[in-house]
Design a protein around this ligand. Structure first.
Ligand code: GTP
Ligand code: MG
Length: 616
């Protein structure tokens, strides 16, 4: 039996959305549901699933939002699930009254998604220019051929054996509460066309019908990451025929000469993790920054290390590198067993290299978490890339992280990183992360393409979130780590001080709460950090004053919120996290200040510890 979803599109919004876009929306619903077994299971029971998409005008959307959500304002998407699902899995049986018989066919209605194209258009008008460019990039990319080549090769690779169960237990909640927020978060990915925006809203609504929600931070992170992964699938070219030669299938003009020269616009055309619409000039980092940048990795060797370790003890630097948002920092935190790096569903969360040390009886693995590789659009972005490059140079072992759900082809970012690692003669382990939300079958062709074209020491599928597969990763790293005495003392397990982490936790709360470009123009400086101790030497309280820098008056207003409501919530949220870290009550004061274009000003970047000298 056919296991696709029947999607009815009812366009009451006029001519903004044409038939071609409607067809894309139908495809988006199907691609989203195809991530789950639900439709096939229904088909096995002889039941066909249906979903309705209503394209509504502003007025009707506002009325619906007011009636069902109690909010008297227009919104971009509302979803009305008819069945009770959690994480794509039905909670309980389908009842007779859920099933409608039409022409001897059993139909079940999964729910309605209502989208307002006018609002979608407003959210998408940011940069039509960029969209055109992305389309052109995609056209020049021959990756569709590559994908085809691989899709047919199910190959003999024996990795990716660990079946990862779909995690369950997220509470299902009805309808859409903050879709506008998430939509706007998605719109960080600037340059979205109306079609892209509509696709995003459709995937978002479909995920709600499947029982996903974003009320809690953890839920939100999960839903958003799934949404992004599906959108990436939707925007990748479909597979066609097979190229003979891998190297020929790369876009012409792709040079391996300099890893961080991201000026060629072939990069990331199909990745929705958000490039700035105006391409920056070519970045010659070697000229801009001295080799000593981020030299912090090597200057804290445990010279005074005392303790027994076996003769065959191993130790070394392991760099976790990859595009933004793949889960590098999540893995670092998991391995260290405590939060030393902030994480968020937004790309470019990590801005500086972070060191964390994992130790056991056999080895010490000094992990270097790096900012995600992206096309820089300002000085801060270039410094972030430099930090990643530095970490690559420091590495004894390179762990390239990619999303397990990524289509089977090698994008420019990964290609360049691998070429650079090869040039530096570093062993490379490929970590396929987020196996909890990726299909196992999809991983094999992805592994195949990398295996055929690069020298890879091991492929390890993991879920950095649940820890699934991480033990295997540790043993693979140990296999290639050099013999050495331990490099750091136990108490020196991270280079993150409490003060740094406090600033980062405030930034994390801002990343979660604010949308669009605002969080990227935000920096946090801890102005004072005072502590009280009791007679026994235990910390009893901390008083922290922090400055939140923004680039514009308008951003400052957003940060403050109506009646100071936004900054108040950011403050409460940050304080809770800092209290957890410090293990004592905290008084936190936040001051919002405007510093225009701080991301391009050396003195501000220096103040924020991004630079050690003036490069301007
Ligand atoms: N489902 C799932 N989500 C994950 C996993 N690992 C990370 N994530 C989510 O992916 C998002 C990005 O995670 P980060 O650890 O911040 O990613 P990153 O690679 O450090 O990102 P940048 O610092 O921006 O380069 C967050 O929402 C995480 O919760 C995983 O194994 N499974
Ligand atoms: Mg990170």
């Amino acid at each position: 039996m056919n296991s696709s979803v029947i999607v009815h599109v009812d366009n009451e919004a006029g001519e903004l959305v044409n038939e071609a876009i409607e067809a894309q929306l139908i495809n988006a619903v199907n691609k989203t549901f195809a991530r789950f077994a639900l439709i096939e299971e229904l088909a096995d029971e002889g039941v066909i699933a249906q979903v309705s998409i209503l394209l509504s005008d502003r007025e009707s959307m506002k009325a619906l939002n007011s009636e069902y959500m109690g909010r008297d304002e227009v919104t971009d998407v509302l979803s009305f699930p008819f069945l009770s699902l959690t994480d794509g899995v039905l909670r309980g049986e389908i009842n007779d009254w859920d099933v409608e018989i039409v022409d001897d066919k059993k139909l079940v209605h999964l729910g309605d998604i209502v989208i307002c194209p006018e609002v979608a258009a407003e959210q998408s008008t940011k940069s039509a220019k960029q969209t055109d460019k992305q389309a052109a990039n995609l056209a020049t990319k021959q990756s569709d051929k590559l994908a085809a080549n691989l899709a047919t090769k199910q190959s003999d690779i024996q990795v990716a054996k660990q079946a990862v169960e779909q995690p369950v237990n997220l509470a299902t909640k009805q309808a859409d509460k903050q879709a506008t927020n998430l939509a706007a978060k998605g719109a960080i990915k600037q340059g979205r066309s109306l079609q892209d925006e509509m696709l995003m809203l459709t995937v978002h609504g479909s995920l709600h019908l499947l029982g996903f929600d974003h009320g809690e931070e953890a839920e939100e992170a999960r839903m958003f990451s799934l949404q992004e992964s599906i959108l990436r699938d939707l925007t990748l070219p479909e597979a066609e025929d097979s190229p003979e030669d891998f190297t020929e299938s790369f876009p012409s003009g792709l040079s391996d000469d300099f890893l961080m020269d991201f000026s060629q616009d072939s990069i990331d055309a199909n990745n929705l993790t958000g490039l700035e619409s105006d391409s920056p000039d070519s970045v010659d980092l070697a000229e801009d920054f001295p080799a000593s940048f981020a030299a912090d990795t090597t200057d804290t060797f445990a010279e005074d290390f005392i303790g027994d370790f076996p003769e065959d003890f191993k130790a070394g630097y392991v760099t976790i590198i990859g595009r933004p948002n793949v889960g590098k920092s999540t893995l670092l935190n998991y391995l260290i067993g405590t939060k030393i790096a902030i994480i968020s569903p937004k790309p470019q969360t990590t801005q500086k290299m972070i060191r964390g040390v994992y130790s056991d009886e056999e080895a010490q693995i000094v992990l270097l978490d790096t900012p995600g590789i992206h096309q820089p659009s300002d000085k801060l972005g270039r410094l972030m890339l430099k930090a990643a490059e530095q970490a690559l140079l420091e590495a004894d072992v390179v762990c390239l992280m990619i999303e397990a759900g990524f289509k089977p082809f090698v994008d420019t970012i990964e290609h360049r990183l691998l070429k650079k690692a090869e040039e530096l003669d570093k062993p490379v382990i490929i970590i396929l992360n987020k196996t909890d939300i990726a299909s196992k079958e999809g991983m094999l062709p992805l592994i195949d393409i990398y295996n055929q074209n690069y020298k890879i020491t091991a492929f390890v599928p993991i879920s950095a979130k649940s820890g699934e597969g991480v033990e295997i990763l540790i043993s693979e790293i140990k296999r290639v780590l050099p013999f050495s005495e331990p490099l750091y003392t136990e108490e020196n397990y991270s280079d993150q001080t409490e003060k740094m982490l406090a600033a980062e936790l405030i930034r994390e709360s801002i990343l979660y709460r604010l949308q669009e470009e605002v969080p990227y123009g935000v920096a946090v400086i801890i102005e004072s950090f005072d502590e009280d101790y009791d007679a026994a030497g235990s910390r009893t309280r901390a008083q922290i004053d922090a400055i939140v820098l923004t680039e514009r008056e308008s951003h400052k207003r957003i940060l403050l919120g109506k009646g100071g409501n936004m900054i108040k919530h950011i403050g409460i949220n940050s304080r809770e996290k800092i209290e957890e870290m410090l293990g004592c009550p905290v008084d936190l004061s936040l001051f919002v200040k405007v510093r225009a274009d701080w991301r391009n000003k050396s003195h501000h970047l220096r103040e924020l510890d991004f630079e050690s000298r003036d490069f301007s």
